[in-house]
Design a protein around this ligand. Structure first.
Ligand code: PBG
Length: 328
């Protein structure tokens, strides 16, 4: 039927009618808050390009996670900035590593919190690349061995979910095998399966002190121009045993997310990354956009495209708005 019998505006006439037919909902249950752990005590160092984001010492990570949990954000993802870096990033698999310590403290002090551990090397290597170097490039297979060590160490320290973000080929299988061999068969893997070599990670590299000392990450992260290749990445990770897949960044890659949603039924995550967050903050600071509105619209759009969960620096802000009865 067409106009005038059909009038799509009929359901748009009041907030209650719009709510009645709303297809996508946001809940704090779907949001994951990224946290950056640094050595020290009482440290909350603001990240310049990400207003509202801090590098936190372990005690402050615990305090922040406790607040977030009370606001409804029950999952965090942890990144670590170690005391010292070396060529291979060995601080990442130390029992006494910064993220390992944060995990133990969170397990003891914030019961019920789900702790995802990012698994990568760029924060831990002196050269800032995501693995072991061979000449000027990252040695894939040598890196797999170290990724497995890091993953096992993080899971043993209390990580509930292991999230490899390095983009080495074969890493999901290598990590799965190592976890199983260590008696951690029940620890799920959230694979950053489709991670593009993106300029949107700029502010994160300030937060995580992980910018590459030379070159870039294009030899391991994906070409932003490739959509079909994204499906191959996803298929391989599923075969290797990934329990959940991530697309990253989020907004510029919603087509990829929607395609993955159509093809597979495992849970999907999207990372609303640092640059996406920084753009909203910067435009809002100038009074050019309404931050709350554009941030919530972004998160709804990411959910609509097919994400079950969203990793976002705006998680606590969104939870507060939702608790206050946010409706558009
Ligand atoms: C580590 C990693 C990065 C991000 C998440 N894990 C940075 C990178 O690949 O350079 C980016 C997250 C963000 O920008 O918010 N490899």
């Amino acid at each position: 039927m067409s106009f005038p019998a059909t009038r799509l505006r009929r359901f748009r006439q009041s907030p209650a009618l719009r709510r009645l037919v709303r297809e996508t909902r946001l809940s704090p249950d779907n949001l994951v808050l990224p946290l950056f752990a640094v050595p020290g005590e009482g440290v909350a160092k603001p990240v310049g390009s990400m207003p509202g984001v801090f590098q936190h010492s372990v005690d402050q990570i615990v305090a922040t996670a406790r607040l977030a949990f009370a606001e409804g954000i029950r999952t965090v993802i942890l990144f670590g900035i170690p005391d010292h870096k070396d060529e291979i990033g060995s601080a990442s698999w130390s029992d006494d590593g910064i993220v390992q310590r944060a995990l133990r403290a969170l397990t003891a002090e914030v019961p019920g919190l789900v702790k995802i551990a990012d698994v990568c090397f760029c924060e831990y290597t002196s050269h800032g690349h995501c693995g072991v170097l061979k000449g000027h490039t990252v040695d894939n297979d040598a890196t797999l061995v170290n990724l497995a060590r890091q993953a096992v160490s993080l899971a043993q320290a209390g990580a509930d979910v292991i999230a490899p973000s390095d983009m080495m080929d074969g890493r999901v299988g290598a990590i799965r095998q190592a976890l199983d061999a260590a008696g951690l068969a029940d620890t799920p893997i959230l694979s950053y399966a489709v991670k593009f070599a993106s300029g949107f990670y700029g502010p994160f590299r300030e937060a995580a002190e992980s910018a590459p000392a030379f070159g870039d990450r294009r030899s391991y992260q994906m070409d932003p121009a490739n959509g079909r290749e994204a499906l191959r990445e996803a298929a391989l990770d599923i075969e290797e045993g990934a329990d959940m897949l991530m697309v990253k960044p989020a907004l510029p890659y919603l087509d990829i997310l929607a395609e993955l949603r159509k093809r597979w039924d495992l849970p999907l995550a999207a990372y609303h990354v640092s640059g996406e967050y920084a753009m909203l903050k910067a435009a809002a600071e100038r009074g050019w956009i309404d931050y709350d509105r554009v941030m919530m619209e972004s998160l709804v759009a990411i959910r609509r495209a097919g994400a079950d969960l969203i990793l976002t620096y705006a998680a606590r802000e969104a939870a507060k708005l939702l608790a206050a009865g946010w409706v558009e």
